[in-house]
Design a protein around this ligand. Structure first.
Ligand SMILES: *[C@@H]1O[C@H](CO)[C@@H](O)[C@H](O)[C@H]1NC(C)=O
Ligand SMILES: *[C@@H]1O[C@H](CO)[C@@H](O)[C@H](O)[C@H]1NC(C)=O
Ligand SMILES: *[C@@H]1O[C@H](CO)[C@@H](O)[C@H](O)[C@H]1NC(C)=O
Ligand SMILES: *[C@@H]1O[C@H](CO)[C@@H](O)[C@H](O)[C@H]1NC(C)=O
Ligand SMILES: *[C@@H]1O[C@H](CO)[C@@H](O)[C@H](O)[C@H]1NC(C)=O
Ligand SMILES: *[C@@H]1O[C@H](CO)[C@@H](O)[C@H](O)[C@H]1NC(C)=O
Length: 732
């Protein structure tokens, strides 16, 4: 060791005399570079070139080293597969301006000696494995412009000193495990342009002292995916250069400040997954450059300003229980006070959805009245044209499966709307909305294009696409089987009030002048459990946690029907369990027998269950009970476990009999869907669910559990499963 050092010294003395390129590296720099080389592990041998036997450090032959006047000014070794540690001796490279080791696997602490580097401008250490905390000494680098330590494993707090350099331009500390508060000093910087502190563990509130200096430059501010609380600071509105604000996935509450609407360069505003409440300020409509907007999963209420709902789809707004008026959502029940303009009473009584939008337009663009009139004309012409083309299509004996719901309803009439109940018009139809986020008028509904999705005992189901692109499911009830008008209305109004995350919500109904009846439901993009399970490609497996959570969802929905609504479903099948975007189960078709005449609904009972979900006792008596529903739920659970459809008999047995026969032969594992056997961890859960399902399909109704007991058991099997919330439905 000693000999080596002596040798190195001799070699160094020798290189002093080489005078290569007229430049000689100083003693201190030479020493530091050797220490850095020794600290790092260099599997690809890049640092072999750091060898004074051929030439000196500043000769240009040393990979990644740049010098000026005999001093190292930059070390740049990105993407070199380096591991090991970065030596504290780096602080001896007194002329160093740039340290660039990004995209390596270097571990250990960030050397605190970099605080000695009076000329340091850029530190690029992102995508490494540095740990420990950010050295406080970093504040002693007066020239620091860029500090990018993102994607490491740094912990501890962000030192207040970090913003000391008056030149600091870019600070990226994202994707670490930093904790503590956002340093106030950052809000006072007049040079900082990019600030990324996202994906850490920061707490406390977002400081509210932004832009106190007049020259604030901040363009990008990302604080998302932390645990920040407090409010969205008002002072952000002073940062006139802001282009992006990402505060999503925190615990921020309060109201969205109006002032955000004055940030004319703002392109991205993401406030999703927080606890923000109250209305979305209408001022946000004024942001001319806004191209990405997200307030989903908050506690916002009121109606979405027209320009936002017009520009962004539902994925920007979902998950706010009381927010209405965006594409694919529910109508706003009445005008929120802050958006009401003085108007004549006759106007407020009709077309609330569309009127609101127009008012909003007028409010924002009162100077551009002419433009608004042109837009109105275009909308009017479009609707007329589309209606005419549809009418001519259906006249031409349109035999494709696309028809208009107007045609489906057997009329081309126009109905006039009101706040909740729309009535009147030449043809005398009537549209009644229930609570929820869908906005449409009878006109919109009858003007929609519709595609047949299926037929059931109760009628035909269409997927209807409204002019604004939003989609709803429309069920046209079979004629002559519904109750008389008065009874029908009584029952349907009851069904329209039922809200549960696992029950498909009835959003509206329409009664045509000749007695046609349309029920409007949320459209479920993933379709039914039956098609999800049985009509998929071989390369799209469905894992056990997903299947179990569908079973739990269905049990929750059914349990709510039985316990809170005293409704027996009577026709629970995998085709009636629908799936929303997050694959949450939503039971459909409940309570519909209440809308039918007694004769009609008992004939439905007789024909239902042909597909293999019908409890055996229904063959003799037509008495539906909670236990016949539990039997159907049991069959659905077996379907999830086996991947087999109860529609296809196996050796002359129905699904429960087939499963029981195999289990009795003690071939239990043969029963399960092969896909599920790949994950060994599922074993106990599969077996326990199988036992429970077989209990549910016990031939004797008395032996079957009640659905709330089934739910309890399922929740025990998967205790981590939290109640699903669809975001837009009220819970139970
Ligand atoms: C910060 O770093 C992350 C991860 O390295 C990167 O994705 C992001 O674009 C950076 N942000 C800025 C503003 O430089
Ligand atoms: C974040 O902080 C909480 C408590 O302060 C701690 O329990 C959690 O492990 C931290 N998470 C990370 C990723 O550091
Ligand atoms: C926001 O949350 C804090 C607790 O983190 C609470 O004290 C405060 O009252 C909340 N403010 C609003 C407007 O909900
Ligand atoms: C949501 O906001 C409403 C007011 O709009 C408030 O009454 C309610 O407490 C809030 N809920 C939560 C969970 O913050
Ligand atoms: C909504 O818009 C985003 C882009 O802005 C797009 O990625 C997404 O697919 C859209 N979602 C729907 C349901 O249309
Ligand atoms: C909005 O945020 C939610 C939750 O983070 C996300 O699922 C959704 O895709 C986002 N939508 C858009 C348009 O960015």
């Amino acid at each position: 060791m000693v000999i080596q050092l002596v040798l190195l010294f001799l070699v160094f003395q020798q290189s002093l005399s080489y005078q290569l390129d007229g430049v000689v590296v100083t003693l201190g720099d030479h020493d530091a570079l050797q220490a850095i080389k020794n600290g790092l592990t260099d599997p690809y041998g890049y640092l072999k070139s750091w060898n004074e036997f051929n030439s000196g450090a500043c000769s240009g032959d040393w990979v990644g080293i740049k010098c000026a006047q005999g001093q190292v000014i930059a070390i740049q070794l990105p993407w070199k597969g380096l591991s090991g540690r970065l030596s504290e001796k780096i602080g001896q490279l007194s002329a160093l301006r740039k340290i660039n080791f990004h995209d390596n696997s270097i571990t250990g602490m960030i050397p605190s000696s970099i605080g000695f580097l009076r000329n340091l401008r850029g530190v690029h250490l992102f995508n490494n494995k540095f740990s420990g905390s950010i050295p406080v000494s970093i504040g002693s680098c007066p020239m620091l412009q860029t500090l990018d330590l993102s994607s490491n494993s740094l912990t501890g707090i962000i030192p207040e000193s970090i913003a000391k350099s008056t030149k600091l331009y870019k600070l990226n500390l994202s994707f670490n495990s930093l904790s503590g508060a956002v340093p106030i000093s950052l809000t006072h910087s007049n040079s900082l342009t990019f600030l990324a502190l996202d994906n850490n563990n920061l707490t406390g509130s977002v400081p509210d002292s932004w832009g106190s200096g007049k020259e604030a430059q901040l363009k990008i501010l990302t604080l998302d995916h932390n645990s920040l609380s407090g409010n969205v600071p008002n002072s952000l509105s002073r940062l006139g250069n802001l282009e992006e604000i990402s505060l999503n996935h925190n615990k921020i509450n309060g109201t969205i400040p109006k002032g955000i609407g004055s940030l004319s360069k703002l392109r991205i505003l993401d406030l999703s997954e927080n606890d923000l409440s109250n209305e979305i300020p209408i001022s946000l409509s004024d942001l001319p450059k806004l191209s990405s907007f997200n307030v989903s999963y908050n506690n916002l209420s009121g109606s979405v300003p027209f320009f936002l709902s017009n520009k962004f789809n539902s994925s920007s707004f979902v998950g706010n229980l009381q927010l209405c008026g965006f594409a694919g959502s529910a109508p706003c029940p009445s005008l929120p006070p802050s958006q009401v303009l003085p108007s004549s009473p006759s106007e407020t009584s009709k077309n609330s959805g569309r009127k609101l939008s127009l008012k909003t337009i007028l409010l924002i663009a009162s100077g551009a009245l002419l433009g608004v009139l042109i837009i109105l004309c275009i909308i009017w012409i479009c609707c007329m044209l589309s209606r005419r083309s549809k009418a001519s299509k259906s006249k031409n004996g349109d035999n494709v499966r696309k028809v208009t719901t107007a045609a489906a309803a057997g009329e081309k009439g126009v109905a006039v709307s009101g706040t909740e109940v729309e009535a009147g018009g030449d043809m005398g139809g009537k549209l009644v909305h229930f609570e929820g986020p869908l906005v449409f008028t009878a006109d919109d509904l009858l003007c929609a294009t519709a595609e047949i999705m299926g037929k059931s005992n109760y009628g035909t189901v269409y997927k209807a696409t409204l002019e604004d692109g939003s989609q709803v499911a429309v069920k046209r009830l079979r004629e002559k089987i519904a109750k008389n008008l008065k009874e029908f209305e009584g029952e349907v109004n009851g069904l329209g009030k039922i809200r549960h995350p696992n029950l498909l919500s009835l959003r509206a109904y329409y009664m045509g002048p000749k007695g046609e009846k349309l029920l409007v439901f949320d459209f479920m993009p993933k379709g039914s459990l039956a098609s999800f399970l049985h009509a998929r490609g071989p390369d799209t497996p469905i894992d056990w946690p997903t299947r179990l959570s569908i079973a739990i969802g269905a049990a929750r929905g059914l349990s709510y029907l039985h316990a809170n609504e005293s409704i027996i479903h009577g026709n629970l099948t995998a085709a009636n369990v629908l799936l929303d975007e997050q694959t949450n189960a939503k039971i459909a078709d409940y309570g519909l027998s209440r809308l039918m005449t007694t004769n009609a609904s008992s004939s439905v009972v007789v024909t239902a269950g042909a597909q293999g979900y019908r409890a055996p006792e229904l063959v003799k008596a037509k008495n539906l009970s909670t236990k016949t529903d539990v039997y159907s739920l049991g069959v659905i659970m077996l379907e999830l476990l086996t991947g087999k459809s109860p529609g296809e008999p196996m050796n002359g047995m129905d699904l429960p009999q087939w499963v029981a026969s195999i289990v009795n032969e003690e071939w239990t594992n043969e029963v399960f869907d092969l896909e599920l056997m790949k994950d060994a961890n599922n074993g106990d859960e599969l077996l326990n669910t199988l036992k429970l399902a077989l209990h549910c399909v016990d031939p004797s109704p008395a032996a079957r559990p009640e659905v709330h007991e089934v739910l309890q058991q399922l929740e025990k099997i998967k205790p981590a499963e939290l109640p699903v919330s669809s975001g837009e439905d009220g819970g139970d």
